[in-house]
Structures are given as C-alpha cells and as structure tokens.
Design a protein around this ligand. Structure first.
Ligand code: SF4
Length: 331
C-alpha cells in the first residue's frame, strides 16, 4: 500500500482550529486520527513475536520494571506461540466478533519488540505486512534497543507502509526511572527519539501518571518534555499494579499508594492542557485483565473513566494544548 502520510492531520485544519477541535473534540483522539488517515475504522491486533527484554534477561538488569509481569517472556518461561500469520488470523477473527473493521494494524506489543538482530526482525515484520488485511505496524520497544541498523530497517518499512514506534519513556525524572528499575535514564529516550526523527515513521511515547514521589509539577514537567520532543503520539496511563510483580506486592503491603480516580482525572486534564495540540492521544488510562489486577479497581471501568475525563474537560471548559504556550514559556 502507498505510504500514508500523517502530515495531513498536523497541526491545523484552518487558520484557527486543528481538525479535531473543529470536530468538537477536546483532545486529539486516536480513533479520530485513524479514521481521518484511513477513512475507515482500524483496530489493532496484538502479536507476541516471542521477544524477551534486556531488563529481564540480565543484559540491562534482572527482574524487569517494577510494574511488569514479565514471567511470560523471561528467558526460562517463554510462552508457546504460533506464527505471526496464524496470530493475525486468530486476532482478526476475535476482533470481528465485536467490531466491523476490515483492516488492521499489527501491534507487536509484549516485551521489547526490536530486541533482536535485524536479520531476525525483518522477516517477522514483513510477514505481518504481507497479510492482506494489515495496513501497517505498531512496534513497542525500549529506547535502548534501537541501534541505527534497526532504525534503518524501520525507515525502510515505513517507506511504503504505515509504521509507528512506541518508546517506553514513562517519565522524564531519572529518580523515578531508577525506582521502577527501568535500567535506563531519560537521556536514552531523548537520544532514541532524536535518532528516529525524519525517518518516515511515527514516534509515540508512554507516560505514567501517579509514580510514587512525583508531584503534580513533576508530571506536568514530563508532559511538557513530551511536547518538547518531536513525537507524534502519547499513551497516558495511571500507575496500576498487577499480580506477580514487585509493585503488586508493594501495593498489597501498603508501601505504595495508587492514585484515586478523581485525582487521576484532574491530573490527566492538567497534562492534556500542556501537551501540544498536534500530539495524538492514543490512550487516557491504563488497563489490565480483572483477574490480574491488584489495583486501582476503578481502572477496570474504562467507559466510566472516559466519561469522567470528558466531564472534567467540560467543567473546566478546556482542551488539549490550551496552556501549551504558557507551559513552553515557563520552561
Ligand atoms: S522494559 Fe517493558 S518489557 Fe521490559 S521489563 Fe520493562 S515494561 Fe517489561
């Protein structure tokens, strides 16, 4: 398929309003972005290509991030998996039970999906792209796992396919990255984003709100940093805890307190206000299967969280980017 440019959605539809605001939205919703880009509903199909993670296998650290249930992809307990095409067919079959989508983004999601030599990555990504219902790829990875030859491969694939790369930034504060046992600092994320620029693929980051010890000002500083970096999208999560993780145990012991819903919603809206209006908001809260969740329970009800976010935006009569200019000046 021909390359799908994202430029058409950036940043302004008219002299005054970006497209999403002209459509009466208060933030640049991912579904709106995809609909404009592909002119139909697009769903993501999650794939497990069997990667592990340098933060689990001892290359960067052991144990993984404090919130990550990495037992399924630790080197000694790799889950049995099927090939990419079979996973796509099965994922598409399941999605079509709920949605009318006919085209899909293949999402390489669990673990670190560029943590292999280019010779191993290329056939995996190409296999997904040859599926007749796949319009592009989304690849989740760590910023310390994109050597230049990997970026060259991604650039090559992006020349004639939609491609987005998601980096786990999480926060700009190195003390928080140390707390979560991330095994890299923010400078590594900045470097990866800079080396990824102008290569034809979209760049996304994940940001966690509610990390222990982070104040509202700290979280807004991370949001402003996202705005400063040349990224296309952000996934915003509340910190949540799942079973079989150090964080799950810390929460159960009362050592870590997770944000309540009202505080999260207020913080998220604060963050939206300082993010540039050109950044696509791919996610506004975290989610985990109920059987694995330790807390907070409120994030199981995504529609209610979404409604609360909309209500807070409306109550303040505010929108994404409203305070972006002043945020830049404050820096
Ligand atoms: S980098 Fe990602 S996959 Fe690796 S331990 Fe952390 S959250 Fe898990």
């Amino acid at each position: 398929m021909p390359m799908t440019s994202t430029e058409s959605l950036k940043p302004v539809a008219s002299k005054s309003l970006p497209l999403w605001r002209a459509a009466s939205l208060r933030y640049y919703q991912y579904s709106f972005y995809l609909k404009n880009l592909f002119h139909e509903r697009i769903q993501r199909v999650s794939l497990n290509a069997g990667f592990t993670c340098p933060n689990v296998d001892g290359t960067a650290a052991v144990g993984g991030c404090v919130f990550c249930d990495n037992t399924s992809f630790s080197p000694s307990r790799r889950v049995p998996r099927t090939d990419i095409t079979t996973q796509l067919n099965e994922g598409i079959r399941r999605i079509k039970l709920r949605y009318k989508s006919d085209r899909f983004i293949a999402y390489f999601q669990p673990a670190t999906n560029t943590y292999a030599p280019v010779e191993q990555l290329r056939p995996l990504f190409k296999e997904a792209l040859t599926h007749p219902q796949v319009v592009g790829l989304a690849i989740g990875t760590r910023p310390d796992c994109v050597a230049d030859d990997v970026l060259d491969l991604l650039e090559e694939l992006a020349a004639d396919h939609f491609l987005s790369v998601e980096y786990g930034m999480q926060t700009m504060h190195n003390r928080s990255l140390d707390w979560m046992n991330r095994a890299h600092h923010h400078e590594v994320t900045v470097d990866a984003i800079e080396r990824s620029g102008d290569r034809g693929f979209e760049i996304g980051v994940h940001l966690i709100l509610g990390l222990p010890g982070e104040t509202n000002a700290d979280m807004l500083a991370s949001a402003r940093e996202v705005g400063r970096l040349d990224v296309d999208s952000v996934k915003l999560h509340n910190l949540y805890a799942v079973k079989n993780t150090p964080l799950g145990e810390q929460v159960a012991r009362g050592e870590v307190t997770l944000m309540g819903r009202d505080e999260y919603v207020a913080t998220l809206v604060d963050v939206l206000e300082v993010l540039p209006e050109t950044i696509i908001i791919e996610r506004t809260s975290g989610e985990a299967p109920p059987e694995y969740l330790v807390g907070p329970e409120w994030c199981l009800n995504k529609p209610a969280v979404r409604t609360a976010i909309d209500a807070e935006l409306q109550r303040r009569d505010t929108w994404q980017g409203r305070l972006c200019r002043s945020a830049t000046i404050e820096k």
